[in-house]
Design a protein around this ligand. Sequence first.
Ligand code: NDP
Ligand SMILES: O=C(O)C(=O)[C@@H](O)[C@H](O)C(=O)CO
Length: 280
Amino acid sequence: MPKNLQETVKLNNGVNMPWFGLGVYKAQEGEEVIQAVKSAIRTGYRSIDTAAAYNNEEGVGQAVREAMEENGLTRDQLFITSKVWNSNQGYETTLQAFETSLSKLNLDYIDLFLVHWPVKGKYKDTYRALEKVYKEGKVRAIGVSNFQIHHLEDLLADAEVVPAVNQVELHPQLTQKELLKYATEKGIFLEAWSPLGQGNLLTNDILVSIGKKYGKSAAQVILRWDLQVGVITIPKSVNEGRIIENADIFDFELSTEDIAAIDGLNLNKRFGSDPDNFNF
Ligand SMILES: NC(=O)C1=CN([C@@H]2O[C@H](COP(=O)(O)OP(=O)(O)OC[C@H]3O[C@@H](n4cnc5c(N)ncnc54)[C@H](OP(=O)(O)O)[C@@H]3O)[C@@H](O)[C@H]2O)C=CC1
Ligand SMILES: O=C(O)C(=O)[C@@H](O)[C@H](O)C(=O)CO
């Protein structure tokens, strides 16, 4: 169980990844994303999750460089994730997309690079390109996102490098227990996207009442639950107060009964798209 914001999980290739990070989907390129990333790093966050599709890699890279300087950090103390978008999937196009992400971020390397969605007929070639850049040392770990068990089974049949991470929608109304069990057996960490249900779960009566017992908000209860069930988490906020609030989860522990009550909220409900039925 991580005891602070900077504690890491050891991925299946030995690379350490922070349990907790900042997501920046919908953070506007420019001042908004720059200020959010800098606030987060000042608060103690060490992991940032972006993607080519978020159109804010330049701002993320700029913020990372400025924050290193301002906080006396070195590049190896930060962990930056990006992802190849669906329209760039395929072997050669992914190699190019990786270089574009690296150049927009303007960093020497990316820590984790993911196949953003399992685009039918393409994700295996896409992943082969990730294996190439991984073997070349341009990225410290590779993985996937939005992969169901059948996608992972298909990928693992040919993959030379087992994905380190599968980033999926996961929150109290979509607990992903089967996928979590399967991924854990294969040595793949699950990482929760939309952990707060895009803000929709924060007035849930059960989460609010559990929070009251610990003097915590529903957001803090959910994020603590992520860590206690063994899932990496990346809540998004561009508001400094909420960036600080979301990270303030290392001074309490949910009881076994409360973990079970949160697990019991599962409805298999998605706020985002279904990995077996998306058209973008
Ligand atoms: N791989 C994939 O396909 C996907 C990956 N992701 C990744 O996961 C990250 C997180 O998911 P996301 O969809 O952004 O949703 P989240 O579940 O993190 O919710 C973010 C929303 O909640 C608000 N919020 C954050 N903290 C609080 C708080 N303490 N109290 C009240 N409101 C709060 C934010 O507003 P505000 O900013 O104003 O605080 C924002 O509207 C993304 O940013 C992205 O990095 C997301 C979707 C898909
Ligand atoms: O945020 C992401 O990482 C996503 O993949 C999705 O939000 C995706 O961009 C989408 O929902 C497109 O409509």
